[in-house]
Ligand binder design. Structure first.
Ligand code: TXA
Ligand code: MG
Length: 330
């Protein structure tokens, strides 16, 4: 059994220890408000290589670069008005912008693209870490390529803990889904590349302009394709089937091979073994927060099939369904 790295509580001393590891060229598991990330020096070609290796990620999939603040990001990008507007409203927070890059960002980070994905995160522990190093941090989600994203430090430890030296434990991720990605290369034609906690309506309102939805088509454009756009992604070992609220009530009853996952707590006469639920309140943000944790837990318990109720296509429900469809893709 290979040795798994330690989880470090986010004390000042442990954040300093992780900053030192990062300065020395190591990669570290870090909490963010969306999902856990696998962070390394974004200005170092070698660190970028390490990130791809640890994740088992193909080099054609570019990484998101995280900054302590908007001013730090601007040094490395080609700025435009749309970036300023969205940064003022949504940063720090769960929004990633794809923008023109400068030469300071290594080509390996962006898979050779002339654009870079950037984000100023909100999580206090990640922010402290970013403030302690004098370089931005590249961080993909800290899962093996293709698997469900981690929302607990223990998820990172279980799946990548034999390949890295440290994981900062910042508790469960608040949003539980990866950031929204918006393409702002051409400020006149903003487009969503990946749905997430910041919705299309919120972006359109902040820009006073309709933001297009390219989340389904981005994969066809090879140069801009995102692994988030690969149809099979975020997949547990168990087979995932998506059902409507009506279907999940009437399909074959669950058993020790097949778990049922409802969006909200069933009434007491409907609760039987192997039925699980994503929320007490049926609030979509609670469902998003719990989704990846429940999928990983049931996957660990050895169910071979997960039948999951899909969410209403409103607000963050779009991002929830996007992840569910990818988890269900063969
Ligand atoms: O919430 C998040 O965004 C998390 C946390 C750790 O920040 N990170 C994350 O990274 O989800 P990752 O690597 O799992 O997903 C990044 C997505 C990929 O789909 C990638 O293709 C896309 O961002 N991306 C990165 N650079 C891009 C670019 N220049 N153009 C288009 N898509 C890009
Ligand atoms: Mg990912």
């Amino acid at each position: 059994m290979p040795k798994l790295c330690n989880l470090y509580s986010p004390t000042a001393a442990n954040i300093k220890l992780c900053a030192n590891l990062l300065r020395g060229g190591d990669v570290v598991g870090v909490p963010t408000e969306t999902v856990y990330g696998l962070a390394g020096n974004a200005l170092s070609h070698d660190c970028a290589h390490k990130i791809f290796n640890v994740k088992g990620r193909p080099l054609i999939d570019p990484l998101i670069v995280h900054f302590a603040d908007t001013a730090a990001a601007k040094i490395h990008i080609v700025n435009n008005d749309a970036i300023d507007k969205l940064a003022a409203v949504f940063w720090p927070g769960p929004l990633t912008m794809v923008v023109g890059k400068r030469a300071s960002i290594p080509d390996l980070i962006t898979a050779g693209l002339p654009s870079v994905a950037i984000r100023v995160p909100q999580h206090p522990v990640f922010r402290k870490l970013l403030q302690q190093v004098d370089f931005p941090l590249a961080a993909p989600s800290a899962n093996p390529f293709g698997y469900v994203s981690p929302t607990l430090a223990s998820h990172v430890q279980r799946t990548l803990g034999n390949k890295i030296k440290a994981i900062l434990d910042g508790g469960p991720c608040n949003f539980g889904l990866e950031s929204t990605i918006v393409d702002l290369r051409d400020p006149a034609r903003p487009a969503i590349l990946r749905h997430g906690p910041i919705t299309q309506e919120q972006l359109s309102q902040a820009l006073d302009q309709l933001v297009a939805d390219h989340s389904f088509t981005a994969g066809e454009n090879q140069a801009q394709s995102a692994p988030g756009q690969l149809s099979k992604h975020y997949s547990p070992n168990a087979q995932v089937q998506l059902l409507s609220a009506e279907e999940i009530k009437t399909t074959t009853p669950p058993d020790s091979h097949c778990a049922h996952i409802w969006l909200s707590k069933p009434c007491s006469q409907d609760i039987t073994p192997h039925i699980y639920w994503l929320s007490e309140s049926s609030a979509l943000d609670e469902i998003a927060h719990n989704l990846f944790e429940l999928i990983q837990r049931l996957d660990q318990q050895g169910y071979s099939t997960l039948k999951i109720e899909f969410a209403p296509e409103i607000g963050i429900g779009q991002a929830i369904n996007d992840r569910l469809r990818r988890a269900a893709a063969k």
